[in-house]
Design a protein around this ligand. Structure first.
Ligand code: KG4
Ligand code: ZN
Length: 329
């Protein structure tokens, strides 16, 4: 069994995953609530909270799986990219467990982890496919090859999709994280009331840009004034969410077309978005494209996806990983 640890941002995560990376026996996540009052993740607060929770979360992952440390044959951990202080807590914990048990260590890239969540959702899935990773820190399209190698097809030129939702939510006076908050506020709203812009619409452009959208919301809010913003809130939220979803769906489908892909995968926290999931389900069905979107609990940060990626990532033998470092990029 693989014991996997993930601490790249504000979730302290541990999981037990089967050796082939196709089934998670447990997936423990402690979501840090300390950041809510700051309206964004505070790196130093995140590191401290990981440190306080790490032990308990690892214990929970083992007990939820009904597995003892004796049954673990390797430890996987996210080493990049992410908040450096946060990553370091996970890497130190993973090294500690692996070293004490004389186990190998598997260093995992967080973005490969997000994509690998698809193998847990659809155990029969095999590359090649086109993958969209949309999270709070990243928004990118990849061609995933037969060897699971990821080739970048396009990415955001400014904000990530999740970041755009988080910032939009803050402007609208909604909570953090913004993605779910905007969706809640958008209930019953008209997504077409405000025609927020979708950037880089050129047919063969696979990059994203969300900064214009953000500015456009800001101008709208100023123009309407607080009273009308309150009244128009469901429409503003729905229209803003629709613009983000439109950009993501449009580019993913275009990438699939250009690559002549038979399957597409959507991963990362924003893939938990109901409107995006519904839209892609409809469009992919119409095109005969296989769509794999992991369960929302596998879309937001978690360690099961890190274990899934580790199944196909080279391991470092005991004790060569002691000098292994985390990296922010
Ligand atoms: O993948 P993730 O958990 O962490 C990063 O690696 O960044 O993604 C977090 C992002 C946040 O921006 C959050 O607002 C967004 O994912 N998110 C959502 C939803 N749940 C989380 N966005 C839209 N709809 C959701 N249901
Ligand atoms: Zn993530």
């Amino acid at each position: 069994m693989i014991l996997a640890i993930e601490t790249s941002c504000d979730d302290t995560c541990a999981a037990v995953v089967e050796p082939d990376g196709r089934r998670a026996l447990s997936n423990a996540v402690h979501t840090q609530t300390e950041h809510a009052r700051y309206g964004g993740v505070v790196p130093e607060v995140a590191s401290r909270a990981h440190l306080e929770r790490m032990d308990g979360v690892v214990r929970k992952a083992l007990s939820d799986a009904g597995v003892s440390l004796d049954q673990i044959d390797r430890v996987a951990v996210t080493v990049r990219p992410g908040l450096i202080g946060a990553l370091l807590v996970g890497v130190a914990a993973a090294k500690g467990v692996a070293y004490a048990r004389r186990l190998p260590l598997v260093p995992v890239n967080h973005l490969e982890g997000h994509v690998a969540a698809a193998y847990l959702e659809a155990p029969d899935l095999e590359p090649p496919f086109v993958a969209l990773v949309a999270s709070g820190g990243h928004t990118a399209l990849y061609a995933v090859g037969e060897d699971r190698g990821m080739r970048l097809l396009g990415e955001t030129l400014d904000d990530a999709a999740g970041e755009a939702l988080d910032k939009g939510a803050r402007m609208l006076g909604l909570g953090f994280p913004g993605g779910p908050a905007i969706s809640r506020a958008a209930a019953g709203g008209d997504p077409e009331r405000y025609g927020f812009p979708v950037a880089l619409k050129g047919r063969d452009n696979l990059d994203f840009s969300f900064s214009g959208l953000k500015t456009s919301l800001l101008y709208r809010i100023r123009e309407l004034g607080p009273e009308r913003v309150r009244r128009e809130l469901p429409h503003l939220a729905a229209s803003y969410e629709a613009a983000v979803v439109e950009a993501l769906a449009r580019k993913l489908l275009r990438a699939a077309e250009l690559r002549e892909a038979g399957a597409v995968v959507v991963a990362g926290g924003v893939a938990a978005n109901g409107r995006l999931r519904e839209r892609l389900r409809r469009e992919c069905a119409g095109r005969g494209l296989r769509l794999v979107i992991p369960h929302p609990s596998l879309c937001t940060d978690n360690a099961a996806m890190i274990g899934a990626a580790a199944a196909h990532t080279p391991k470092i033998p005991w004790p060569e990983y002691l000098s292994l470092n985390a990296r922010s990029v």
